[in-house]
Design a protein around this ligand. Structure first.
Ligand SMILES: [Fe+2]
Length: 423
């Protein structure tokens, strides 16, 4: 018994971080920190203020049933304040197993410029790695992963976990998310298999691995992985287009299958209605528009009743400043949804950010009457920035390659993204 106890303690004192730390759900007074230990052990997260004083700490146990992953929910911080954090073995507090720093968000309504990066379809290769480095050099305020991040292609729990670990260990990605909050949804390949929907056997394993390995706070009672969060004057509604798809009739047309599912639709309506942000970004892995390569069925246009329901919801709630973001198709594009004008009151603009790797699909360069831009090269991501300094807030879109070249830059005034007042 004594020998076993000694061995346990020795093992714990030699623990190292297998992945992380990474931060997420960064708000005015709180942040999530996630990491994975290489064995069962206890680890202490300490958050320090500018004077080096510990303002928050918590010891958590890494256990095998959650793949030795740890999730700290840090509360009680000050807004607009920089903090450092360190992770240690409580018995060896002088050895930092992981460390990082972050700045809490300014209070809602503060006029601070912010930039959010949107990226999909990444591999653990040099080109993708250079994109993560570029994001860090440009000091983005948040990273949104739109899926195929990573490619997994199985719902086997151990394989799912292994792929999240491999993705998280890419040094440039690890360096980025240590101090930049990361938010994620999945597309088909990280959900479990190409072009799959909510009927996929084993999807509970995919959700478990996702919840374990990404810094997030998914409510345990919530199915799927949808989430919303504010970054400055931009609020992002990150939808799950996989978990519920084709699992039930659509709430808008019972003769057709759902895409988002009734539960997610109810959530989305409530969150959109409550939003006070000037710009509202509705994002999924799959694209919203119909310009796809031949024979592709895996996009919102294959569920036209739910796409129309989204347009009508935006119109019903009289939402201003809404833009769409998708990934998946291995082309970077901007498309105007001319057909949304009647329901929404203005033409929704869709940005497509794919891929971070360099595998372009030539046949995805499909025509669309509202196509504004198409880039057929890889190692690119999208930045959306809000600069509230002017009289009228402006959203700026930039497609940027790993070398830092701004390949397409456009400015979208809040005035353009609202219904014209009726005479
Ligand atoms: Fe992809």
């Amino acid at each position: 018994m004594i020998n076993l106890l000694v061995m346990t303690l020795v093992g714990c004192s030699e623990a190292v971080l297998s992945t992380g730390p990474a931060i997420g759900c960064l708000e005015e007074t709180s942040v999530c920190v996630a990491a994975r230990a290489d064995r069962a052990c206890e680890l202490d997260l300490r958050v320090l203020d500018g004077d080096g004083s510990v303002v928050w700490n918590q010891v958590l146990s890494a256990v095998e049933t959650s793949d030795f992953t740890l999730h700290w929910q840090v509360n009680g911080l000050e807004a607009s304040t920089r903090y450092d954090y360190v992770i240690t073995d409580p018995d060896r507090a002088e050895v930092f197993l992981g460390a990082g720093a972050f700045m809490t968000q300014a209070p809602a309504g503060s006029r601070v410029p912010v930039t959010v990066a949107f990226a999909s379809c990444a591999r653990e290769d040099d080109g993708s790695s250079a994109v993560w480095t570029r994001m860090q050099l440009r000091a983005i305020d948040a990273l949104v992963l739109l899926g195929d991040t990573p490619y997994i292609d199985t719902t086997d729990l151990q394989q799912q976990r292994k792929r999240y670990r491999e993705f998280a260990r890419v040094p440039s990605f690890a360096a980025l998310v240590r101090g930049t909050p990361v938010y994620s949804t999945w597309d088909d390949h990280d959900f479990g298999a190409n072009d799959t929907d909510g009927r996929l056997p084993g999807k509970e394993n995919s959700r478990q691995a996702f919840a374990e390995h990404r810094p997030n706070r998914l409510p345990p009672e919530q199915a799927g992985i949808h989430d919303n969060f504010r970054v400055g004057d931009m609020e992002i509604f990150l939808l799950d287009a996989r978990w519920f798809a084709r699992t039930e009739p659509s709430p808008f047309d019972a003769s057709k299958p759902t895409l988002l599912g009734a539960e997610q639709w109810t959530w989305l309506k409530a969150r959109l209605k409550a939003s006070t942000a000037t710009f509202k970004v509705i994002a999924t892995g799959m694209i919203f528009n119909d310009a796809v390569r031949p024979n592709k069925t895996d996009y919102w246009g294959h569920y036209p009743h739910e796409r129309q329901a989204l347009f009508e919801l935006i119109g019903e709630l009289k939402l201003e400043g809404v833009v769409l973001v998708g990934g998946d198709v291995h082309r970077h594009r901007i498309v105007r949804h001319l057909e949304s004008r009647d329901a929404v009151g203005y033409e929704l603009v869709e940005f497509i950010s794919s891929p971070v790797h360099d595998q372009i699909i030539e046949s995805a360069n499909a025509p669309h009457p509202g196509l504004l831009m198409d880039i057929g090269t890889g190692n690119i991501y999208l930045e959306l920035s809000v600069d509230p300094a002017g009289h009228i807030p402006v959203l700026t879109s930039r497609f940027i390659d790993s070398a830092g070249r701004e390949l397409d830059v456009r400015r979208w005034s809040a005035d353009e993204l609202r219904a014209a007042s009726k005479p």
